[in-house]
Design a protein around this ligand. Sequence first.
Ligand SMILES: [Zn+2]
Length: 338
Amino acid sequence: MRGAVLYGPGDVRFEDRAEPTIVNQTDAIISMAATCVCGSDLWPYRGLQAIAGPTPMGHEYCGIVDEVGSAVRLIKKGQFVIGSFFASDNTCPHCHHGYQTSCRHKEFVGGAQAPLLRVPLADGTLVASPDVPPDDLIPSILACSDVLGTGWFAADAANVMPGATVVVVGDGAVGLLGILAAKQMGAGRIIAMSGHATRQKLAREFGAAEVVTERGDEGVTRIKQLTNGIGADSVLECVGTEQSMRQAIHCTRPGGSVGYVGVPHGVEFDGQELFYAHVRLHGGPAPVRRYLPNLIELVWERKINPGRVFDLTLPLAEVVEGYRAMDERRAIKTLLRP
Ligand SMILES: [Zn+2]
């Protein structure tokens, strides 16, 4: 089979790879219906995160179960399934608390930008959809795998309550779906921070009533002006830079909450600055598995349309252009079909 492999900065190739096989009897092999390029794939693609050697790429997936190991009990061949970027047993104490991305047996699921994928701990990791989805639902189903689940966790971690004033830092696909999540949780007022016209449009479609284009200290000043000098109840940080984290913390009112899901790169904080900000911080790798059953149901019943973040669809064979388009911000997010 052929799949995406990253060799170094700007050098992703579509090339021959060995077909995955059952390694442990708790594995499943799935035949990919759709996969995509993640904002986090751009960190190593841009050379901002080192890779050890040629790395098979992709960690967002949905498709039909092709084969299961002899120890798999719940997931069956032929089911249409969705899973997250960390495999989890869904039985250990951390999983029971809803933190499957800290599962004691967690394993990163990589190499999804390919026609076939091995998923470890299939019974704990995968969730079956009610049936094989109609074609027009595939983008929204795929979004559950990471980008929607991560935006949802950002809103949950930021403690979004009905009527709350919410600020979203970051207008990538995760930030945009954080807006959708906050809206679903009953936010009263959502302010998106975005300087890009096409992303602002989608932000409004997902539920943002206002857009702030300024960044950094100017952005914070603008948010303070819009909230009578108080700041927001809940702020979603969906970028991962020091500037975005600082912006998020200082847009939050004392006693408010920041949910941070941008993978931090070079973020450092002074203890005193955090101390006097007086905010709650919660975040980390989103435990998408916790939300999957609910998110799949919302998509299945067509109550939400998170697949709107895919503004470029390409055959998997054109994955190289998929990365380029996102890197150059010509596309918000690229969907790939094998
Ligand atoms: Zn676990």
